[in-house]
Design a protein around this ligand. Structure first.
Ligand code: TPP
Ligand code: SF4
Length: 489
């Protein structure tokens, strides 16, 4: 009887050692008698038998099973509370060939994550959701869950759940099976060996269906929580049998024939949305202008919306890209359409960019005083700060970085449009860092700026920014622009 064979070895789907706690390398963090451990085993066994370990991505929730990623030797993502089925949606659409598991408790799935699960099911996402229903919030110490039984005590319903005050238990398997899209919905229980064997079949069936390309599959598992229920493991299994089964009847709520599921229109993948599923065409770009000096550079460009802050970052990133560098551009801005604060981080690197954040940049371009006060302290001793003004504001505390005053707005005004102030700053940056040649900036601008007059002003602004910086560096404060410039440490 294959179904009852004894499994003595740990499934290869689990790590041989669990790294969460060095002193407990062979133990999970689950309480004795907890259903999570059983569900983990059933899932691991199914993945191994399906031969899908390399293609499985496990999405763990917030709840007692938050640490599932310490146990499953598969791809792992840990989602914010309630968001596992939304995260699983993204993971599956980005990797359609993978086997994606959303593992969720009743607080996670049926309370904070109600919207996510209903819409994932309604869209027929090709994921498998394992819903561990123990009728309580385990991790946080026993608050009432949507699945808490009538009369069941919890820390937030110490009088026992009353329909008049807390409503009725939510039946997720029944609820989801009212939707059209789900392919397979079953409720099973972990109260005795016979039911655990049925649970084993259900877990396997859901994963097999996903492997075959079916749509949304959902298995609800009634699961013991001896600790919060204040029962022994044996008592809690009995409690499932005597109390939970009456409220949550077991059975198959949806089992659609596979042929009926496919409408012939494939689900849109992330690759398709981004156009990455097309055969790559040779990019039509001008020949790369490669800078001689290639130090890594992290820049924070900050100011108000409308000052060309984000555009300057994009141009810099594009220049880097054309020069064969790894680049990132990370914008951040307030909700206002204009004049809200805006800044962006740009990284140019020889190796892949690990993080697009540049919280300690090499260069800060501060287009206004607020940004100078806010970000200058983040630039280290070897870095530089460009401030859009002819002198540093009073009261600015001393900083380690070299401070340059580049009156970019004023210079751009004189060239014909304040809009070109970001290009003045770009010129200053190129002059100081020698990271990329100015011709590279001209080439990018030529591709971006349609208006010939504006293009010309932008190019002149770059030259002007370079000139301004050069003069400062050489200590030549001859012309009117630069007469008040300060250059201090
Ligand atoms: C946004 C947010 N709200 C609340 C919490 C607190 N919290 C952590 S786990 C949890 C409920 C867990 O219960 P359940 O999903 O039933 O899982 P179990 O622990 O029983 O396995 C809550 C409310 C949180 N971590 N994040
Ligand atoms: S509190 Fe309950 S759900 Fe959490 S690990 Fe312990 S028995 Fe399991």
């Amino acid at each position: 009887m294959d179904e009852y064979r004894v499994i003595e070895a740990k499934s290869p789907i689990f790590y041989s050692k669990y790294e969460r706690k060095s002193e407990l390398q062979h133990q999970t963090h689950y309480c004795p008698g907890c259903g999570h451990g059983v569900v983990h085993k059933l899932i691991a066994e199914a993945i191994a038998d399906l031969g899908m370990q390399d293609r499985t991505i496990f999405v763990s929730p917030v709840g007692c099973s938050v640490f599932a990623y310490y146990y499953f030797d598969t791809g792992n993502v840990q989602a914010a509370h309630g968001r596992a089925s939304a995260v699983a949606t993204a993971v599956k659409r980005a990797n359609p060939e993978s086997l994606v598991i959303s593992y969720q408790g009743d607080g996670d799935l049926a309370a904070i994550g109600t919207a996510e699960i209903i819409h994932a099911a309604n869209r027929g996402e090709k994921i498998t959701v394992f819903f561990v229903n123990n009728a309580i919030y385990g991790m946080t110490g026993g608050q009432m869950a949507p699945t808490t039984l009538i009369g069941q005590e919890s820390t937030t319903s110490p009088w026992g759940r009353r329909p008049s005050n807390e409503g009725y238990p939510l039946h997720m398997a029944e609820l989801l099976s009212t939707l059209q899209a789900p392919v397979y919905v079953e409720r099973v229980a972990l109260n005795d060996n016979k039911n655990i064997m049925k649970a084993r079949k259900a877990v396997r069936k859901a994963l097999e269906l996903q492997r075959e390309g079916a749509g949304f599959t959902f298995v609800e598992l009634l699961s013991p929580c001896p600790t919060i229920w204040k029962m022994t493991p044996q008592e809690s299994r009995k409690w499932i049998e005597e109390k939970m089964l009456a409220v949550f009847p077991l059975g198959v709520y949806r089992d659609r024939k596979l042929e009926a599921v496919n409408d012939g229109v494939p689900q849109v993948t992330v690759a398709k949305v981004l156009g990455l599923d097309q055969p790559e065409e040779e990019p039509k770009v001008e020949p790369a202008i490669v800078a001689e000096a290639h130090p890594d550079l992290r820049v924070n460009i900050a100011g108000f919306g409308g000052q060309g802050v984000l555009l300057l970052g994009q141009i810099l990133a594009e220049m880097g890209m054309r020069a064969g560098r790894e680049v990132s551009w990370l914008p951040s801005y307030g909700p206002e359409m204009r004049s809200g604060s805006a800044h962006c981080y740009v990284c140019l690197a020889k190796e892949q960019v690990g993080s697009p954040l540049a919280e300690h940049p090499d260069v800060l371009i501060a287009m206004n005083e607020i940004s100078l006060h806010k970000f200058a302290k983040q630039v280290g001793a070897h870095g530089a700060v460009f401030y859009n003004g002819s002198k540093l504001p009073a009261g600015l505390p001393p900083h380690q970085a070299m401070m340059y005053c580049v009156p970019a707005s004023e210079i751009a005004d004189k060239l014909g449009t304040t809009k070109a102030m970001n290009m003045v700053m770009l010129g200053a940056l190129l002059e100081l860092t020698h990271t990329l040649p100015k011709e590279s900036a001209f080439a990018v601008l030529k591709a971006k700026v349609r208006n010939a007059n504006l293009l010309e002003v932008d190019c002149r602004a770059i030259e002007a920014g370079m000139h301004c910086l050069r003069e400062q560096r050489e200590g030549l404060l001859a012309d009117t622009h630069n007469s008040e410039l300060t250059h201090s440490r």
